[in-house]
Design a protein. Structure first.
Length: 274
């Protein structure tokens, strides 16, 4: 059977395109890994520059309406939000939302993630009614798509609880914190850091209401979880120690409060060799 030179050329060009696309995909993945590393180190401005490069790679490789473009936009939204650039963050989040709704459908979990992130942005701006609406939309999507015991559902519940606590809607906040706690315990076990965070949130809610007797054991459980799961020098341990110290001052346990504050202070001190 004869194979024309033209056919061979087409195959060769196809292979070149495939190799080029694969290289661009690898570059996009590497850039996103770098963004995550910089973000975790608190180097937000540097992370944003790398994220912008990742966005350009995604748009060039996949076109302007691909899910990976939406991922890059979502990352930029988070970075600008954490730097206090709320208007820019909103633009990126809304572009990501538009792409995900169009490409994945309005009931997809990634749409819920973008709605939730946009809700966090509005919460940071004090736009509570808008934040609540977005959180509830995300909650509805996640419950339908993932089921009532998925950790993403707990994320939505926790954010709603925090919003309600801020608004003084304490009964609703307690209900939602409690639901998030049960989901995390079932999904990850009672010693997981997310469970510790839920317990700390509930303790803080009780403290705000003057329910000190109920708050103290929850802070203690949270502290125990963080120490075992994260190590005794972790920032989350220091934060919980500070929360407990504040509580002890309110109930007249000044010596215990001072001891906890000293432990937290030592955690915050720069470590030798760093």
């Amino acid at each position: 059977m004869k194979i024309s030179r033209y056919s061979i050329l087409l195959v060769a060009l196809s292979l070149l395109v495939t190799v080029s696309t694969f290289a661009q995909e690898e570059l996009w993945i590497q850039l996103n890994a770098e963004v995550l590393m910089l973000y975790q180190e608190g180097r937000y401005s540097e992370a944003a520059k790398v994220a912008e490069e990742a966005l350009k790679v995604a748009e060039k490789t996949y076109g302007p309406e691909h899910p990976r473009v939406a991922t890059s936009l979502n990352n930029l939204g988070a970075l600008y939000k954490d730097q206090g650039n709320y208007d820019e963050a909103a633009l990126f989040y809304n572009r990501a939302l538009e792409i995900r709704e169009k490409v994945l459908g309005k009931d997809h979990p990634r749409v819920a993630t973008t709605l939730h992130n946009l809700g966090l942005l509005y919460y940071s701006q004090g736009r509570y009614a808008e934040a609540e609406s977005l959180y509830k939309r995300a909650l509805t999507i996640d419950k339908k798509a993932l089921g009532k015991n998925d950790p993403d559902l707990a994320r939505d519940l926790s954010s709603l609880a925090r919003l309600y606590e801020t608004q003084g809607r304490y009964a609703e906040a307690e209900t939602f914190y409690g639901r998030a706690l049960k989901i995390h315990e079932k999904a990850f076990g009672k010693g997981h850091p997310l469970v510790g965070a839920d317990l700390s949130s509930l303790a803080g809610l009780y403290e705000t209401q003057g329910r000190y007797v109920e708050a103290e054991p929850l802070y203690r459980r949270s502290l125990n979880i963080f120490e075992k799961a994260l190590g005794k020098d972790h920032p989350d341990v220091a934060k919980t120690l500070e929360n407990m110290a504040r509580l002890y001052k309110k109930i007249g346990k000044q010596e215990e409060a001072a001891n906890l504050e000293e432990r937290a202070r030592k955690i915050h001190l720069p470590k030798s060799g760093t």
